[in-house]
Design a binder for this molecule. Structure first.
Ligand SMILES: Cc1cc2nc3c(=O)[nH]c(=O)nc-3n(C[C@H](O)[C@H](O)[C@H](O)COP(=O)(O)OP(=O)(O)OC[C@H]3O[C@@H](n4cnc5c(N)ncnc54)[C@H](O)[C@@H]3O)c2cc1C
Length: 397
């Protein structure tokens, strides 16, 4: 594994940083007060990104993206993560990027033409419906949603929640059990379901730490009641749901870690600026205190370690594939999420009461990113998985 930091060609990073500083960060105060209200303006900025040739950098060329290698996209994503709208405006946002990769990997020609092409072009949005309120998401083998074959259709019934970005999405990739008697990992399948179909009921956007939000930035509860999906809209083979979920979650977890590095970098910027300007006694600033200097150094250490690890794992996934990097991906998932939480907590503390308000960037990041230790596998599940793999090596003679 190389420890070298890759460098995307030309002035790509500088151009992206400049766009973010000029176009996106000035919109933040408005965004932080009402994210959904800003969506139309963000959509106009997406056109500017396309004109600048910076759209969908991470997606494969064959899917309509620009095919930037993962290690180079890591550096791009770090820049985009500096502001909450970065990934959305540059067309590389979750859950669409994961769904696009999945459709590229497993979609039929018809599915690609109807869903992948407009998705990558930014003409439609999507969501991913796997987690259920009444079964433990940390163990998806408990999944209860059922898809029953009825002629050339499947009829799906189930209850989903934390379906990110469902409001305004054109379609969902839904995970449901197709054969409860099959071996555990072959019981479920994935389906492409239009969100305007009869049987798809949008229940609500779930308030997250007091904020229900809306549109792209919200997480929805959904009921599936006799939702009829043509068999031609099954994604991959029947029973391949868990296999495909792994294919989706591997790259997805690396993408999250890359974005979190950008959030950490931004938090550190905010901490330093605040520390240098906040006077805590005549002639004395926060930055003059040893405790704040310690926080800055600890943030720097958390960021540097996480960054090196993410680039190393991205490099391994790029050269050897996600299967070979699976243990490493679990390590960065909980390690970087932990760094993120520590960095945000120190930054918020240094802002005092201001840090609790939507006048400060850090409050939004703190509220939204606490979930980093839960989604795409809680910390504990990744730690157990890593430990199992390590112990296995010692058990073998
Ligand atoms: C902001 C956000 C966005 C999300 N977006 C999506 C989305 O778009 N689509 C989607 O399908 N899902 C989404 N999710 C759901 C997410 O993937 C699940 O919350 C996650 O898989 C955990 O499942 P759960 O909430 O049911 O927790 P549970 O499975 O009930 O686990 C609760 C806690 O128990 C502990 N735990 C669980 N299992 C073990 C174990 N074996 N050993 C030790 N401890 C354990 C962990 O601490 C865990 O946090 C999102 C969640 C959040 C918070």
């Amino acid at each position: 594994m190389s420890a070298e930091v890759p460098s995307p060609g030309g002035d790509l990073i500088a151009r992206i940083r400049d766009f973010i500083d000029r176009e996106l960060i000035p919109l933040e105060t408005e965004f932080l007060r009402s994210p959904p209200a800003l969506e139309p303006r963000l959509n106009a900025l997406r056109d500017k990104v396309k004109q600048a040739g910076l759209w969908a950098l991470a997606l494969p060329k064959a899917a309509g993206g620009q095919g930037l290698p993962l290690t180079e996209f890591a550096l791009v994503s770090e820049q985009l993560g500096r502001t909450p709208t970065g990934h959305y405006v540059f067309g590389v946002q979750a859950p669409d990027i994961g769904n696009a990769e999945l459709l590229h990997l497993a979609g039929t020609a018809e599915q690609k033409q109807r869903y992948l092409q407009p998705l990558v072009a930014g003409k439609i949005r999507s969501c991913f419906a796997m987690t259920e309120p009444h079964t433990a998401g940390a163990n998806p083998l408990l999944l209860a949603a059922r898809a029953v074959r009825d002629g050339d259709h499947y009829v799906i019934n189930g209850h989903k929640w934390f379906c990110s970005s469902a409001e305004g999405a054109a379609f969902a990739i839904v995970m449901a059990v197709t054969d409860p008697d099959a071996p555990p990992h072959q019981r479920a399948s994935m389906f492409i379901a239009p969100t305007d179909a009869a049987g798809w009921t949008f229940v609500r956007n779930i308030p997250v730490m007091g904020e229900a939000c809306g549109g792209y930035f919200a997480h929805a509860e959904i009921k599936l009641e006799d939702l009829r999906v043509p068999a031609s809209m099954r994604l991959g083979a029947e029973g391949a749901g868990f296999l495909l979920a792994q294919e989706r979650l591997g790259p997805g977890r690396i993408h999250h870690c890359m974005r979190w590095l950008g959030i950490c970098a931004r938090a550190q910027e905010e901490l330093c600026k605040r520390a240098l300007t906040r006077e805590i006694a005549p002639g004395k600033r926060l930055a003059d205190t040893q405790i704040v200097q310690t926080w800055i150094a600890e943030n720097a250490a958390d960021i540097a370690c996480s960054r090196a690890l993410v680039l190393q794992v991205a490099g391994r996934a790029e050269t050897q594939g996600f299967k070979a990097a699976r243990e490493d991906v679990s390590i960065i998932k909980f390690q970087v999420a932990g760094s993120l939480q520590r960095v945000l907590d120190r930054t918020l503390q240094a802002h005092g009461a201001l840090g609790m308000t939507d006048d400060a960037y850090v409050a939004f990041a703190f509220r939204h990113e606490r979930a980093a230790r839960i989604y795409d596998g809680p910390d504990e599940v990744h730690k157990l998985s890593v430990a199992r793999q390590i112990l296995k090596r010692y058990r073998q003679p």
